[in-house]
Every structure is written in C-alpha cells, then in structure tokens.
Design a protein around this ligand. Structure first.
Ligand SMILES: Cc1ncc(COP(=O)(O)O)c(C=O)c1O
Length: 436
C-alpha cells in the first residue's frame, strides 16, 4: 500500500509546522502520517513504518481496526454530539456498565467519562478530596500523570514537565517508587512514606495515594505486587483512597485488563484513557459506587466527556479484545519482544542494554554505560531511535534521562510484522553501537 502524495513532503510540512505551531509542542520524529493500518503507518512521502508505539499506548487494537471504524461510522450516521448532560444516550450507559464489570474487585462500581488522561486524573483527585474532606495527595517520583496544572504537579519528573510552570498545586507530596534495578527498595520506599507522614503531612490529612502500577514515562518500571498491597493496607488503615493511574498500563496492555490485577488489589478509583477508544479521545474514572455517589450532582461532567463516537469506538474495542483474545496475545508479544532484546543484551549490546523489563505487552530496554544502572546512556537510546526510524520502525523513549526504549506495539500485530520490526530494531542497535 502506498500513500505517497507528490505535492507534500515531510520537510515542507515541518517548515509549515515550525511557522504555525509553538516550539514547546514535541515532534521529534519529523514523520507526517498519511495513512495507517493495524501496526503499519505510511508517511506523506509513501514511506512505510512498522509502528511499535501506537500513538504512545493508544492503539492496543491497532490503527483503524475494521470493527472500530465501522462503529464510528455507524454512530456518525446517527448523532455525533448532544452533551450527555443535555440529551443522554444508551452507549454511554452501556460502556459504563461494561467497565464497571471489568474493573477489579467485588465492590460495586460506577463510571464517569471524560476526554483525556489528565482530565481523568484531575477528577480522581478532586473527587478524593471531596469524598474524604482532606487536602493531601501522595504521588510518586518518576510518575507521569499528564500536563494540566494538577497533573503536572502530580508528575514526578521536573524537566521538561514542571520547570518554570510554578507555583504548582499545593498539598501534593512525592514518595520514592520502588526500582530494584536502581537500588531503590520497596522497604525503603515504604519507610519514606512513613517519613512524609511524620514530617510533611499528617496521615489523617491525606485524601489519596495515586500510583501507576507500572510506571510508563518513568521507564516501564513495575511496582512489586507486595508494594501495591502495602499501599492498599496503608490506605485502608488510614481512611485514604487508593487511585490507580492505568492510563498507559490499562486496557489490556499488560495481559490483564488492568495492570493492578497482577497484584490482586482493588483500588478505590481508576483513571483510564489512551487505548480505551482506539484513538478517539476518551477517558474514564471507574470507582467504588458508594464513593462516587458522594459527589453532589453538578460536581462532575464535561461538554464532550463520553462523546457518542468515542463510546461507540470503546465498545468496539472491548468486543475486539474478547473476539481476538488480546489479553493472552499481550503476553505472547511481550515475551517475543523481550526475548529478542535479551539476545541483543547478551550479544552486541552487552554492557549497554542494562535491563530488559516486560509486563505483558509493555516492554522496555534501558540503555546504560558499562552495565552500570547509574550511568544512563541516552545517546545510545536516541541513536537507536533515529536509526530505527530511518529503517522504518517507529518507537519512543522513556525514563528519567530518556535512556529507555519502549515498545507498545498494537496487540493485533501479525507475527510477520512483529518479527520484521524486531529485525529492524536489531539492525538499528548494531548500527548505533558500531557507529563512531
Ligand atoms: C500514566 C499516564 N497518566 C496520564 C497521562 C496523561 O494522559 P493524556 O495525555 O491523555 O492527558 C499519560 C500520558 O502519557 C500517562 O502515560
């Protein structure tokens, strides 16, 4: 398939983009998309890419899955927008019913829909404050929760996310997140949390602890199950709500619908977005019904939240997951990618691929120097990223120094395309290591 258009080029669009858009908006790749299908994308010059990043974790069912496209078209033929607060519609209710049943734990759930991950996170925190009547929130170092002011405050990485945007939102405190590879122990993190309660905010003033079960932007760093269980106990013992940010790790990416299921923990509120609607903007807050019902009418909502097109797409996504067995497929894909990257780690990238991490279909490799976790090698991750792109593979980085390369390939990818992508990755790695 070719999507070449003789009248446009990536370079020409970049120059228009540089004139029309602010510099702060990231666009490292220089790739201007013309068409995409499943795990492949073609740029405006007709160059084909294998997509190992899926719009950063948005395309667990791939680009333009026929069922999703059909659902969107069907809905567009009926109505596109009413505002749920003005004229309601069945598919919003149906999607909430489905998510309530999928959410982990036995407690009865309710769901409210929004537009973006940051908006879901903001609302979780807002609700937690209202429900508990307390101001404080604990988040974690290395976390990424979005780019609105509160989500930026919750994020645990200063540059480029927080620098110069202060004063940030008061009442937010950051604890360390366990990271065995970098020597940050679970025990030490729990001790730090106690220390925060002792020195910065009394535990009885804490409304919520917000945590990613696998840090995304932070470098695909999974929290040990025992850590998440310990957080649950701290929350239970102290009347604190446990908020799970499943925006990147959720919707089947890790082989469970929600990554927290690996730890057997039931959160109070869950923020979901990204892959929920295969690229149509949609987010959800799923929470224990008795808690969400404490928010008075008018305390939640939004003009576009739960837009009908997005709800139709999301219902199609859930159908695709069931019909195509994508939870199991996430684990198969993850193992295949991790095995291929571990081969490089044991071969040409020895000492440079410090750690390969995999939770289902969420896989990252961390580039270091001399096998030393304390010496991040962002030059190597950047070089591999560029070399892969030149050879037709799209990826992105993660980690505090952008020293990790992450894979969030659509779970619908064929074995052939996956293997082709892994071969490109291996060639890009070899070329980057051999380069002077
Ligand atoms: C874990 C996590 N939380 C929140 C967000 C913010 O989502 P959005 O960009 O849709 O606001 C992201 C986005 O990358 C994310 O990965």
């Amino acid at each position: 398939m070719s999507a070449a258009n003789e009248f446009v080029s990536n370079a020409a669009l970049k120059s228009r983009r540089d004139e029309a858009l602010p510099a702060g908006l990231p666009s490292k790749s220089g790739v201007y998309a013309a068409k995409a299908e499943n795990a492949e994308l073609w740029d405006v010059e007709g160059k084909r890419y294998i997509d190992f990043i899926g719009g950063i974790g948005v395309l667990n069912v791939g680009h333009r899955h026929p069922k999703v496209v059909e659902a969107i078209k069907r809905q567009a033929d009926q109505f596109i927008h009413t505002c749920f607060g003005i004229a309601q519609y069945e598919i919003y209710v149906e999607l909430a019913e489905r998510l309530n049943l999928l959410a982990p734990g036995k407690t009865v759930k309710k769901t409210v829909l929004f537009n973006s991950g940051a908006e879901a996170v903001e609302n979780c925190v807002k609700f937690a404050r209202r429900i508990t009547g307390r101001p404080g929130v604990i988040a974690f170092e290395g976390a990424f929760h979005g780019r609105t002011l509160l989500a930026t405050t919750l994020t645990g990485k200063s540059k480029p996310y927080k620098v110069g945007f202060g004063p940030l939102v008061p009442g937010i405190f950051h604890a360390p997140y366990p990271d065995a590879y970098h020597g940050i122990s679970e025990k030490g993190c729990l001790a730090c949390l106690e220390h925060i309660f002792k020195t910065q905010i009394p535990v009885e003033e804490v409304a919520a602890i917000i945590v990613e079960p696998v840090q995304g932007e932070g470098g695909f760093n999974p929290a040990p199950a025992s850590f998440l269980q310990a957080l649950r106990k701290i929350c239970d013992d102290n009347g604190i709500l446990m908020i799970l940010d499943e925006i990147q790790s959720g919707m089947g990416r890790t082989g469970k619908m929600f990554a927290i299921e690996h730890a057997g923990v039931e959160p109070d509120l869950i923020a979901c977005a990204k892959s929920i609607a295969a690229g149509v903007p949609l987010a959800a807050v799923i929470g224990k019904a008795d808690l969400l019902d404490k928010i008075a009418p008018g305390g939640m909502g939004s003009t576009y939240g739960g837009n009908p097109i997005a709800c139709a797409a999301a219902l199609a996504v859930l159908e695709v997951f069931e019909e195509e067995g994508l939870l199991a497929r996430a684990e198969t894909i993850g193992r295949r990618v991790a095995a291929s990257w571990r081969e490089l780690q044991a071969g040409p990238a020895r000492g440079l691929f410090g750690d390969v991490r995999q939770v289902g279909g969420m896989i990252a490799v961390e580039c270091v120097e001399d096998n030393d976790p304390k010496r991040p090698n962002a030059k190597l991750s950047g070089d591999i990223l560029t070399a892969a792109r030149e050879r037709g593979l799209l990826m992105t980085t993660a980690g505090s120094h952008a020293q990790c390369l992450r894979c969030l390939v659509p779970l619908t990818v064929s074995d052939d395309v996956l293997d082709e992508g892994l071969e490109i990755f291996a060639a890009a790695t070899r070329a980057s290591i051999d380069a002077p």
